[in-house]
Design a protein around this ligand. Structure first.
Ligand code: PLP
Length: 467
């Protein structure tokens, strides 16, 4: 017997016991806290403990996640409730544990959680049809994966398969863009810190300034003139991790036109902006642009299951018809994930959550903008669309101090992966005006504290904060 076998068996019993509980005693909570911190330190990555704002310097008062306490709130093992203004970086669009999503997943779980891999699975077909029904234009076909990264990876491979017979293999992405961290997706992501240790990445990727049509035009034509055919341009309609950067209104239509001119595909990455987040089901609908390939993930699983989708027109997707095994993954489109996706779309439509995101989002944004006017010494600007919003501070440390103080006051917010001085406000779309008022009052108090403390010394802490 391996030396750890007996203790592992004992630990599994304790862990299963904890999983079975709805409430924890003080003793159980403190056991779980210790296990969590030591597990992160010794078996996950101690680096996480260093910057999590939920962990104090000594690690002894860490906030350990326990359960969702309502659509817009969660509770830690100490029973502290947090208003969720982060939405799991965009996964909780329909709120936490929406009863319809939970029920669909539980019902499917009771029948068959995962698929045989041989018979045709019905929920995959139904969800694909529903996505085709809500997607813009002629995006009729769909590949399912498990993460945003996988949806981008599939998009890149699909574009390559479609374009390489025409000699087009280059890609143009944008500065500040975030598309995931697998080697392909990372090649489209722009942040040097994430890319450098893994160089060389997939060849043929270039990055141009986001929101700048002239720069895109120059690069596309430079590529064309050099005989370096561009397979696709990949962009987010609003850069999420880049700091909620909203491009000019003519940007996406301009990109569409440029791509058509040079015969490049347009990949729109709506992993974060999709599923109602910005006030429409998909952010590209604000400008009426139809991409050739659309990437979805995060909120598609209703905050209950991981699932991603890569949608494309028949023209593009048909390169996979002859051999559907050219790109596959075991768990992509599994029955529980598809059950979650089906329920999520039902909830988004039935409860008109994109419209709610537009309404409550405008209300919250206006409140934040008024705060920004009162705190020009701390806040550079506030921006957003629907429920994807950001407060940009003068520097990273200030952004981090704000997020930490909001956390201490019971509101979850966070920096963005590429731009730590920018604190994102990304609540579930089920957020209400009343909750927005509460958050605005707390934010004002926190800003007053920050002003008092003059927490203004620039440092690079924020770089690590959002790693
Ligand atoms: N694309 C965008 C626009 C994202 O915001 C993200 C994650 O934040 C990804 C892709 C990667 O998604 P995942 O973390 O699910 O792999």
């Amino acid at each position: 017997m391996h030396k750890g076998t007996a203790s592992t068996l004992a630990l599994s019993r304790q862990a299963l016991d904890i999983i079975s509980k709805k409430q924890l005693t003080h003793e159980e909570a403190s056991w779980l806290n210790d296990q969590t911190i030591s597990g992160f330190r010794n078996h996950i990555n101690p680096g996480f403990l260093e910057y999590r704002k939920s962990v104090t310097a000594g690690g002894q008062f860490a906030a350990i996640e326990w359960r969702a306490s309502g659509p817009n709130t969660l509770v830690d093992t100490a029973g502290r409730e947090y208003i969720d203004c982060l939405g799991g970086f965009g996964i909780f669009n329909v709120g936490h544990r929406h009863p319809k999503v939970v029920a669909a997943v539980e019902q499917q779980l009771a029948k068959q959680p995962l698929h045989s891999q041989e018979l045709l699975d019905p929920l995959r077909a139904l969800l694909a049809k529903m996505l085709a029904g809500i997607a813009p234009g002629d995006l009729e076909y769909c590949f399912f994966g498990n993460s945003g990264t996988e949806s981008v990876e599939a998009a890149i491979k699909l574009a390559k398969a479609y374009q390489s017979p025409h000699g087009k293999t280059a890609f143009v992405a944008t500065n500040g863009g975030f598309h995931g961290k697998s080697l392909g997706a990372l090649s489209a992501t722009s942040k040097a810190v994430f890319r450098k240790p893994f160089a060389p990445l997939v060849p043929g990727f270039r990055h141009v300034p986001f929101g700048d049509l002239e720069a895109m035009r120059d690069t596309l034509y430079a590529c064309q003139n050099a005989g370096d055919g561009v397979a696709a341009v990949i962009v987010e309609p609003i850069q999420g991790e880049g700091g909620v950067i909203i491009p000019p209104a003519d940007y996406l239509p301009g990109l569409r036109k440029l791509c058509d001119e040079v015969g490049a595909l347009l990949i729109i990455d709506e992993v974060q902006t999709g599923m109602g987040r910005t006030g429409k089901m998909f952010a590209c609908e604000h400008s009426g642009v139809v991409p050739d390939i659309l990437c979805l993930a995060k909120a598609l699983g209703g905050g209950v299951m991981p699932i991603s989708a890569t949608l494309a027109s028949e023209k593009v997707f048909s390169v996979l018809f002859d051999n559907p095994f050219l790109h596959t993954t075991t768990f992509g489109g599994n029955p529980m994930a598809c059950a979650a996706g089906i329920a999520t779309i039902n909830v988004l439509l039935e409860e008109a959550l994109p419209e709610q995101a537009e309404r409550v989002g405008s209300y919250l944004l206006q409140g934040l903008q008024e705060l920004a006017e009162d705190f020009t010494d701390l806040i550079v600007t506030v921006r957003g669309q629907g429920m994807l919003q950001a407060i940009e501070f003068a520097h990273n440390q200030l952004g981090y101090s704000f997020a930490k103080a909001m956390f201490d006051a019971g509101v979850l917010v966070a920096g963005t992966l590429i731009n730590a001085k920018t604190v994102r406000i990304e609540p579930p779309l089920t957020f209400t005006e009343a909750l927005a008022d509460k958050v605005l009052i707390i934010a004002e108090q926190v800003l007053l504290q920050l002003r008092e403390k003059k927490a203004a010394a620039p440092s690079n802490v924020g770089e690590k904060v959002t790693s």
